[in-house]
Design a protein around this ligand. Structure first.
Ligand code: NDP
Length: 321
């Protein structure tokens, strides 16, 4: 019998790649959106998967809705990828962010407990929870010091999952993922904003690219690789949390410089610093130690920042002079 997976937030970047990964593994894949009737599932269409997935409407902040979907689908594994996922937007919509992530996770955990079935749960955690680590590489033991409403919500969901695992013996795990990009990333994220603008400028646009703080550092990987780690986390004998990252940190300035270099331009001629884009609080250096994932999951990122930039620019089909 094929295993049955339920992916919440299947319309997003990770949802689409995870759906592809699980279908290739022979899973029956069900996916939820807040309103599955009106969602175009554009990313799934792009990957040619839309017809192979069973869709359901589910509002994670509504326990009844969550319970109904769980009872109907009876999944073996749930991947909770849904929720407000932008750090920047979380400063504008803190309540929506907290509700969709932390109340959403709690409803899922309660619903699993209520159905009393051996469902395994993957929770999409975030490196944003670590905050500033003074340049130290964060691992699974590093304390959380969240610096945005998004990070506070993700930290809350992390502890909910840990608490339900300990208290009720649920197979529930968090993958603490560092930034991961792909051609499916929306333009409201700074990485895609940079790549799209650079490609348009390379094609002749005279626009300027306005950016906030480019001295921040992040660990950027490839989304398509990261979904395998999500699956591996649920295939273990015992539930545990894992940091998933490349282990390589670069500044945003290096990211910008590499993108423009890749399309044959000098970033300094096209980028303007815009103080209005600075966040109320910011993580300066995000650094990861993914050693546990390599040791226990035999998972390692093979693509680093420069590879990811090349992949995304490749899909933009820009003529490089
Ligand atoms: P996306 O934003 O692409 O997808 C998230 C999905 O969640 C959306 O497609 C949407 O589905 C749903 N959603 C959005 N806003 C809300 C809301 N307010 N309430 C309920 N549901 C909402 O995210 P990614 O695929 O990039 O990321 C997947 C998960 O991993 C997210 O939880 C994200 O926070 C987390 N993460 C991502 C990282 C990254 O670098 N990409 C890094 C670390 C963690 P719909 O509109 O169909 O309901």
């Amino acid at each position: 019998m094929a295993k049955r997976a339920l992916i919440s937030g299947i319309s997003g970047q990770d949802g689409a790649y995870l759906a592809k990964f699980l279908l290739d593994k022979g899973y029956e894949v069900h996916g939820t959106a807040r309103d599955a009737q009106i969602s175009s599932f554009y990313n799934l269409q792009l990957l040619g998967l839309k017809d192979r997935i069973v869709f359901h409407s589910m509002a994670l902040n509504d326990f009844r809705s969550v319970l109904q979907v769980l009872n109907k689908v009876q999944p073996d594994e749930i991947y909770n990828l849904a929720g407000q996922s932008s750090v920047a937007l979380s400063f504008e919509q803190p309540v929506e962010t907290l509700e969709s992530i932390s109340v959403g996770s709690l409803n899922l955990l309660e619903a699993i407990r209520f159905t009393d079935s051996p469902i395994k749960l993957y929770n999409a955690g975030s490196s944003e929870c670590f905050g500033n680590t003074d340049g130290q590489a964060a691992n699974e033991e590093t304390p959380f010091r969240p610096r945005s409403p998004y990070a506070v919500a993700k930290a809350t969901a992390f502890w909910e999952v840990a608490n339900y695992r300990e208290s009720y013996n649920l197979f529930a795990c968090t993958g603490i993922l560092f930034n991961h990009e792909s051609p499916l990333r929306p333009e409201r994220f700074v990485t895609m904003k940079i790549i799209k603008a650079a490609c348009r400028i390379a094609r002749g646009s005279t626009e300027k690219l306005y950016l906030g703080n480019i001295s921040i550092s992040r660990d950027w990987g490839n989304a398509e690789e990261y979904v395998e780690a999500m699956w591996l986390i649920l295939q273990r004998r015992h539930p545990e949390d894992f940091v998933i990252a490349t282990g390589e940190t670069n500044t945003l300035e290096e990211f910008v410089s590499e993108v423009f270099r890749e399309v044959g331009l000098n970033w300094r001629d096209h980028v303007i610093s815009d103080p209005s884009l600075l966040r109320p609080s910011e993580i300066m250096v995000s650094r990861a130690n993914p050693a546990k994932a390599f040791k226990n999951l035999q998972w390692r990122a093979s693509l680093k920042m420069r590879d990811v930039i090349k992949i995304i620019i490749g899909t933009e089909r820009v003529e490089i002079p």
